[in-house]
Design a protein around this ligand. Sequence first.
Ligand SMILES: [Mg+2]
Length: 161
Amino acid sequence: MKNIKAVLFDLDDTLFPFLKIEKPIKNVKLTIQKIKKSGYKVGVVSNCDSHEASEKINVLGINNFVDIVITPKTPYEKKPMRKMFFRAIKKLNVKPCQVLFVGDKLIEDIWSAKLFGMKTILIEKKLRIYHKMIFKFKSILGPDFVVNDLSKVLNILKVRQ
Ligand SMILES: [Mg+2]
């Protein structure tokens, strides 16, 4: 993908199943590893607290492929607020337009990242009712891409699989 230097991921339900009873999300480690190895900066921007986020990243086994983990310092920093996005681009030394944001929630992840100037991918598992509604406004605030499997992010980035 042109001009993209960094890929930021939401954590819950994008990389890690939010409910423990759910099955693990497929292809997480492989996808993150390939993105990192093809030269992109990689980050996680999560509404989890920092302890919980690092524990989940540990379980996923992706520590070595993630450059930054951004979590809220106060509840007011949680997505869809943009404070964490500012911290992420500053730490990675990139502009918003050089970032691809991957998430599962339209408001917290996609709208907020898009309004911040990032490119966005929505991970679509079940088409939720409010998603259907919002797709009507796709051109303005909808995701740039919709995928149903994390590994499809590689196709969009044109990373060799
Ligand atoms: Mg999520």
